[in-house]
Write a protein that binds this ligand. Sequence first.
Ligand code: NAP
Length: 250
Amino acid sequence: MKLKNKVAIVTGASKGIGASIARYYGAAGAKVVVNYATSKEGADKVVKAITDNGGTAIAVQGDVSKEADINRLFAATQEAFGGLDILVNNAGIYEYLPIEQVSAESFHQQFNINVLGPILAIQAALKLFGDKGGNIINISSAASKFAMATGSVYSASKAALDTITVALSKELGVKNVRINSLLPGSVETEGTHTTGVMGSEFEKQLIANTPLGRIGQPEDIAKVAVFLASDDSAWMTGELITASGGIYGF
Ligand code: NAP
């Protein structure tokens, strides 16, 4: 129960890595706000899994790239749980395109959700953290450090997020706010199935280049996210933590 009575928002928690983090936080004793954009059914399932396990959770819809939705998400958190201790900026999208096919629309969509979203959420979180401070975990990607072909915009968005982590660790330490980036390698999620990574030649290459010899599972990331949210990491801020089975590009 390392997060007993802490209040946590996990953005994009209706599926994949975010859903697993929400479940692990619930099992660790946190009161969890399960944010989603479109998948109410997925978010309700995550809430049910947490409450069936004796935990506390609510689902709140909101597109993280829209300021009005962020305000609604944080107001709902305040109303349900009276404050906030942990923010996990997990909501994110990835699109792999050769540079010739990158459109302004695709650029803005990835940057709006992967970069602007966390900025808006952090601004709102600071108001709820108050004087006691808080803890922010940005779900980045190993792709921020080893950019791969066709991932120029996605990798750039996650590199921007990492830079925000480092800058804000210096800005927010005085407010007793910790902020770290967690960089997953490839993880089997609804997203990596939809985008065709799973079952592809690319997946085989990923596994061949991963020292631990497999694709990650959401739980591999969720366990590290519990560590970063708990007092076990109390002396860590501004860190970029990779959890990737050891893969370092290819
Ligand atoms: P996923 O399976 O595609 O799930 C994405 C989640 O984000 C869903 O819950 C989705 O909500 C939510 N979401 C998308 N746009 C949103 C928005 N505008 N506002 C609020 N929520 C939004 O994704 P995933 O693979 O678990 O990835 C999660 C995070 O990990 C992302 O930041 C991704 O970049 C990062 N990551 C993933 C991998 C990987 O291999 N899977 C590797 C490195 C980093 P709805 O379903 O309700 O629309």
